[in-house]
Design a protein around this ligand. Structure first.
Ligand code: SF4
Length: 79
């Protein structure tokens, strides 16, 4: 199996209120229109250490806490 990244994103898109905070902080998030509602969508679902800080900042900026980062090999929730 090819290792794509050490961490993965979990995003509860139903809970996303479309505030845009994550996309303002990180290039790994963009705003999209889903059935007339603005929602955030991750560009890459998996990433390595070099992108961890930026993705953490984006996750921590979410006012409704619907972005989580999981360390894949331990299952540990970083955010
Ligand atoms: S910060 Fe949270 S609520 Fe705001 S757009 Fe991003 S995922 Fe959605």
């Amino acid at each position: 199996m090819v290792e794509i990244g050490k961490y993965k994103i979990q995003h509860d898109i139903d809970g996303c209120i479309g505030c845009g905070a994550c996309a303002a902080i990180s290039n790994n998030w963009k705003m999209v229109d889903i059935k007339g509602e603005e929602k955030a969508k991750e560009v890459k679902i998996e990433f390595d250490d070099s992108e961890l800080e930026n993705n953490k900042e984006a996750a921590e900026s979410c006012p409704v806490e619907v972005i989580h980062i999981i360390e894949k090999n331990t299952g540990k929730k970083i955010v």
